[in-house]
Design a protein. Structure first.
Length: 273
């Protein structure tokens, strides 16, 4: 596994704090009608507080399985996962999870969908309401609090899902290809929005994506996985400032250097951005 050195001229502002996530020698094997299927093998990854980790790899390489294991939704066959210093042995309450589909309740408003998280967790509803209002403002949803999901664009629905995942102020946010179903322009806007939220909140993020451009633009580090059984084959620091102009990053030499290397590693197996 290769760790790309950060140029001396660039100062890292993330990834130097305490470890929030420690995955050690992780292997996950599933039983299927065809027999045993090895999804992950010998995966080790340490994530520091405030890092944004982009996980890229070919379809079926176990990227989503890795996220599920961190969330306690998939059981390791071997190895261990520690989150915030505790061994993951079941579903975690201290993470936020955003899926590819927003999965909003059609009969609930924007605010109601966000507050569903508070109801399920038994949170103080007054404080949760204040937090929801902060997130609505942060994500540009002000004025749509009473709108129903069918009245929103795909990008706005994903913003609601993001607010819902952030409502309980998780230490770690897991995102499984959250913008994959959006059109290219909306996806670009959501990338910018997510970068702004990460820069403002300092939350630790693990993002699974098939888009190399998205992985490098958003990540403070890009983790590249092999075909199944998924292994981490290289990790690359992205030595760019925390809050990033989309246009400036697309023209930056470091963006092109890291993107080129990731594309080379993925070869013809990578899906189109």
């Amino acid at each position: 596994m290769t760790h790309e050195a950060t140029p001396a001229a660039a100062t890292r502002t993330v990834g130097e704090g305490r470890a929030v996530l420690d995955v050690a020698d992780l292997a996950i094997t599933f039983a299927s009608k065809r027999g045993q299927v090895s999804a992950l093998e010998d995966v080790s990854l340490t994530v520091s507080e405030g890092e944004f980790i982009s996980i890229a790899g070919p379809s079926g390489c176990g990227k989503s399985t890795l996220l599920k294991a961190v969330a306690g939704l998939a059981t390791p066959s071997r190895g261990s996962i520690k989150l915030n210093g505790d061994e993951v042995r079941g579903p975690r309450q201290d993470i936020g999870y955003v899926f590819q589909r927003a999965a909003l309740l059609e009969w609930r408003s924007v605010r109601g969908n966000i507050l569903l998280q508070a109801e399920m967790r038994g949170m103080n509803m007054r404080r949760a309401g204040e937090r929801a209002d902060e997130l609505i403002e942060m994500t540009g949803l002000t004025g749509f609090e009473r709108a129903l999901p069918h009245e929103l664009s795909g990008g706005m629905q994903q913003r609601v899902a993001l607010c819902r995942a952030l409502l309980h102020q998780p230490r770690v946010l897991l995102m499984d290809e959250p913008f994959g179903a959006l059109d290219a322009l909306t996806r670009e806007r959501m990338n910018v929005e997510l970068n702004r939220i990460w820069a403002r909140t300092g939350i630790t993020v693990l993002l699974v994506t098939h888009s190399v451009a998205e992985a490098v633009y958003l990540g403070s580090r890009v983790v590249v996985m092999s075909p199944r059984p998924g292994r981490i084959i290289e990790e690359h620091d992205v030595p760019l400032q925390r809050e990033r102009s989309y246009t400036a990053v697309m023209e930056h030499p470091e963006f092109h250097r890291v993107s080129s290397r990731v594309r080379t590693l993925l070869g013809s197996t990578v899906e189109a951005d």
